[in-house]
Design a binder for this molecule. Structure first.
Ligand code: ZN
Length: 471
């Protein structure tokens, strides 16, 4: 009898499980249909990229993007939409940079751009000999003897045999971020950094750099050079070590931070309104292109998650927020402020998903989660199979949602195909035409599906010290 009872219970739960799975697969299908047949993400990206354009923190473009996003979120009828104040640094490129390489009887212009945060050169520019290095470690090897008075040229390329291009980026970006600060200690007068780009072309790629706590009078100008420019300079240096480099930059750091905002929209939860799930990307961008991949795509996909839920008439149990973060590129002030306010308000954030890896074909997600939650994610893999979503790995999530991490919080990052991302990243060709409509829409539906599953099944509360924060 007992056996039969157990058998019936098992059969019943199997039926229940398969019914639930069937319900989930219908719901996912619905999200993908709505995104692909009647989506709004691409139209939004068109407006953000082509009507507003570049959105560097503190710029007019960034301010326009804040207003635009607020109005668009209001138009889709969320329960709440608001602006969260955040102070941001302000840096401007100024007039276009100039650079050339000068040998005994040659003078060749090369494409450069100032790195974000760099000081300008003097009004007449700088001319100096160049020392080529393969990374920060080489500085000590050459020492002040060989570096003083020269421009340090960091030329370690992104490692082409790494399939995960973000790892190749991670292996090089210290040259860009800390190159000037470190070279200055050896008496360098400027630095040129090979662009973080896996292909050979003529586009310089900007990005954040920092002087750390280096005193003002020791700060030196820092520029990126295109990959072709780097190859040319390297070749000329091999022929003639006395080759000179001319660099003129007109950028400016403002001393005072300026006011800006994170843009936030919410669908209030029907069962757990005080537990929050966040989906987001960053609204600011670099100034050279229009930031369509970085991170216009993540912005419109995150907005689309909430719109798709409404279009599907799905009423989430948890409060679902879209957060469009300000200042990811050169300060992370938006992500830091959002987490700080959440903590002050005692808001319990259980899940956060970021899209900030380009608008390319989605492959899956990486997760910052404990074993129980990751096991739950793995049980959902079959639901994603029809959409060719297969990548579910533990790893990082995203810079802006990172500060929300607490015990028991699950963080995730959308992982699109990354092979062409660094062709565009932080360069003048990060533009609307580089984003494919279908790929963008697939990403939005994939994100919506994951948020739906976490909302339906919840985040596993198996952490002993899981804190219940109270207002
Ligand atoms: Zn980004």
């Amino acid at each position: 009898m007992k056996r039969i009872f157990l058998f019936v219970v098992a059969l019943f739960s199997l039926n229940f499980l398969s019914a639930q799975t069937a319900k989930d697969s219908v719901q996912l299908r619905n999200f993908y249909d709505l995104s692909l047949l009647d989506g709004q993400s691409y139209e939004w990206l068109d407006a953000l990229s082509n009507e507003i354009g570049p959105r560097l923190s503190g710029s007019i473009g960034a301010a326009k993007a804040v207003q635009w996003a607020k109005e668009e979120l209001e138009a889709i009828g969320l329960d709440k939409v608001w602006l969260q104040p955040v102070m941001v640094p302000k840096w401007e490129r100024g007039a276009p940079e100039e650079a050339f390489v000068e040998g005994v009887d040659t003078k060749i212009d090369v494409p450069v751009c100032a790195l974000g945060g760099s000081i300008a050169t003097s009004a007449s520019g700088i001319t100096a000999e160049v020392i080529e290095v393969q990374g920060l470690d080489d500085l000590a090897k050459y020492g002040e003897d060989q570096i003083k008075g020269k421009i340090v040229f960091y030329n370690r390329p992104m490692q082409a045999d790494l399939i995960q291009t973000f790892n190749a980026y991670g292996g090089c970006v210290d040259q860009r971020y800390s190159g000037a600060k470190e070279a200055s200690k050896y008496g360098a007068v400027g630095v040129i950094v090979r662009s973080m780009n896996l292909r050979m072309d003529d586009l310089p790629h900007t990005g954040a750099m920092s002087y750390g706590d280096l005193p003002n009078d020791q700060r030196i100008p820092a520029a990126a050079i295109s990959t072709n420019g780097a190859a040319l300079l390297s070749k000329m240096l091999k022929k003639d070590a006395k080759t000179q480099f001319y660099l003129k930059m007109n950028c400016k750091n403002y001393e005072e931070d300026v006011p800006s905002f994170n843009v936030i929209g919410e669908i209030t939860g029907s069962e757990k309104p005080n537990e929050f799930m966040v989906v987001g990307g960053h609204l600011d961008s670099w100034d050279l292109g229009d930031g369509s991949h970085d991170d216009g795509a993540g912005v419109v996909q995150s907005m689309e998650v909430l719109r798709l839920m409404k279009a599907a008439n799905y009423k989430p149990k948890h409060s679902i927020r879209v957060v469009l973060f300000m200042n990811e590129e050169n300060g992370l002030r938006g992500g830091t402020e959002y987490a700080k306010v959440a903590k002050e308000e005692g808001e319990k954030h259980v899940f956060a998903l970021e899209s900030d890896a380009g608008g390319f074909t989605p492959r899956g997600f990486s997760f910052d989660a404990d074993a129980a939650n990751f096991a739950q994610v793995q049980s959902w893999i079959p639901l994603f199979k029809p959409y060719l979503i297969h990548y579910f790995e533990l790893g990082g999530s995203g810079a802006d949602v990172g500060p929300l991490k607490e015990e028991g919080t699950v963080l995730a990052g959308l992982r699109p195909d990354s092979q062409r991302y660094f062709d565009h990243h932080h360069a003048s060709n990060d533009t609307f035409d580089a984003v494919n409509k279908r790929e963008l829409e697939l990403g939005a539906a994939t994100m919506t599906s994951l948020v739906y599953l976490f909302d339906t099944y919840g985040v596993k509360p198996d952490i002993p010290n899981h804190k219940t924060l109270k207002k």
